[in-house]
Write a protein that binds this ligand. Structure first.
Ligand code: UD1
Ligand code: CA
Length: 501
């Protein structure tokens, strides 16, 4: 045990954060049910600003040179393991949740050498740089065990750090703490650095003599001190101490990440009209000079280039938007690519695998799914295009529909050549190909290929019956002799009004 209390506190100022590669193993505790979440979903899968909190923690860890990352799963393990399966971590199952100390023993620490970083899967705000700083300070300390602590304003249910003459003496859980201990603002972040040999020696000694009857990992501190080992604390940011145990804390964590993203975008030159009302996930990139209006949500791997403008109430996920694109209010874009200077919306819905060409225009109430829409083409009003290839400079009239889904439940393609003019209210019954420069008359139902430069009209012929309407007037005046007004015809006399009934 260190004699001088002052030497056992290690703050965050250390500049050199290099750590020895392959010397470290991480053990992430993620088996708990999260009872206080009141949700059937395992706590660590609840999304924080768009990603399951455990995924975010693991992504931050993976930026550091760990030999191995072990995750303790338990409650809902099949769901948790499916979600983290692709992240290159190893799962260890804790079939019964008997406490954090028991959870660590499930991750087979007896196999390990070197140093071990233990942390909770429910602290979603941790950053990779926090982890790097913690590891490098521990390496320089020559301690056997370090507890990562933070000073927080509202310590709530977090374990309190009890010190004597500056030296950490114990971690006391809030439910086991006296009123005086509860006043302490320095808390256990749930992160520990420990030499593997020490961990192996102390874990079997942890008891379950506490309010919950669980094996608390926190007891490792007093056990190490009793053995005369060197125990210190590493101070970290309050964000590291932010654990999610309730839905309200989950929402707060999301808000913190959204705020952080908004600030960093503004610092890099993105215009946010109201940073408090945009929801932009960390994984999104936006280049300087683009303006984002209020109430916009941008998710996943979306990339937006410079000089775009995204008007209110747009939802954009996993999409690529090139320079100078204008997305007008209320548009919904999912897995699409919008090329330079195109205009989208208001109220457009662009579905996966759609590519909108340069300077194209997609207007209100237009839906597209799996469409290649050529540059400078226009579909400005009330249109559905699915499984279609539209050339350049095409005009798609209002109310055009591709009938891509047939009664055989298969999808068929519509190909429209360059510079075709499609009159309003046209249906293309796919598969069908329209040659370049063709003109489609309004109201056509196109079932056959149209050659280039042709005019295609496919609608019922218009007929005229001369003076047909006059007899309506005559019938009316005969049946109403009182005031001579020309009232609507009586239905018994008139075919058209019968049809509308
Ligand atoms: C724990 C610490 C507390 C610390 C806080 C930081 C203990 C006894 N207390 O309290 O000092 O301030 O974290 O958030 O360690 N887990 C398992 N298996 C179990 C129990 C828990 O894997 O049997 C996992 C949970 O999924 C969670 C983490 O361990 O990710 C912490 O468990 P939780 O019950 O949230 O501990 P706290 O009460 O928050
Ligand atoms: Ca917790």
């Amino acid at each position: 045990m260190l004699k001088n209390g002052n030497t056992q506190k290690n703050n965050n100022n250390s500049e050199d954060r290099s750590v020895s590669p392959d010397r470290w193993t991480a053990i992430v505790l993620a088996a708990g049910k999260g009872t206080r979440m009141n949700s059937p979903l395992p706590k660590v899968l609840h999304p924080v600003a768009g990603r399951p909190m455990l995924v975010r923690v693991l992504e931050q860890l993976k930026r550091q040179p760990f030999a191995e990352i072990r995750v303790v799963t338990g409650f809902g393990y099949h769901l948790v393991e499916a979600v983290i399966g692709a992240l290159g971590v190893v799962s260890y199952r804790q079939s019964e949740q008997k406490g954090t100390g028991h959870a660590v023993s499930v991750a087979r620490p007896e196999q390990l050498d070197g140093d071990v970083l233990i942390l909770n899967g429910d602290h979603p705000l941790i950053e990779s740089e926090d982890i790097a700083s913690i590891m490098s300070r521990f390496e320089k300390s020559h301690w056997d065990l370090a507890v990562v602590t933070a000073e927080v304003t509202h310590p709530g249910s977090l374990g309190r750090i009890v010190r004597h003459l500056g030296q950490i003496k114990a971690i006391v859980e809030a439910q086991d703490a006296s009123a005086q201990t509860l006043q302490i603002k320095e808390v256990n972040t749930g992160i520990y650095c420990v030499k593997a040999q020490v961990l192996k020696e102390l874990l079997p000694l942890i008891s379950n003599q506490n309010t919950k009857g669980e094996y608390y990992l926190t007891e490792i501190v007093t056990l190490a001190l009793e053995k005369g080992l060197k125990v210190g604390t590493l101070e970290s940011h309050s964000r590291v101490a932010f654990g999610v145990n309730t839905q309200s804390e989950l929402a707060q964590a999301s808000q913190i990440l959204f705020d952080q993203k908004a600030r960093s975008l503004m610092d890099s030159g993105v215009l946010l009209l109201n940073p408090n009302s945009v929801y932009i996930e960390e994984t999104v990139t936006i280049e300087p000079g683009t303006a984002i209006y209020p109430n916009v949500m941008i998710r996943g791997r979306t990339r937006i280039a410079s000089f775009c403008s995204i008007e209110p109430n747009c939802f954009i996920v996993d999409s690529e938007i090139e320079r100078g694109v204008h997305i007008k209010a209320g548009s919904y874009l999912e897995r699409v690519k919008i090329m330079k200077e195109a205009q989208i919306g208001p109220y457009a819905r662009l579905r996966p695998e759609t590519v909108i060409g340069e300077q194209a225009q997609v207007g209100n109430f237009v839906e597209m799914k799996k469409v290649k829409f050529g540059s400078q083409s226009k579909a400005n009003h009330l249109t559905y295009l699915g499984d279609a290839e539209v050339g350049i400079g095409v005009n798609i009239g209002c109310g055009t529909i591709t009938c891509n889904y047939a009664v055989d439940r298969k999808k068929y393609k519509t190909v429209i050549g360059d510079h075709v003019f499609v009159g309003s209210d046209t249906q293309f019954v796919a598969p069908v190909t329209i040659g370049e420069h063709a003109v489609i008359g309004s109201g056509s139902t196109i079932t056959k290929d149209v050659p280039p430069w042709a005019l295609a009209v496919a609608r019922a012929h218009q007929i005229h019956r001369e003076d047909w309407a006059k007899k309506l007037v005559k019938n009316t005046s005969e049946s109403d002799s009182s005031d001579g007004d020309k009232l609507p015809p009586k239905e018994k006399n008139t075919e058209p009004s019968k049809e509308t009934r």
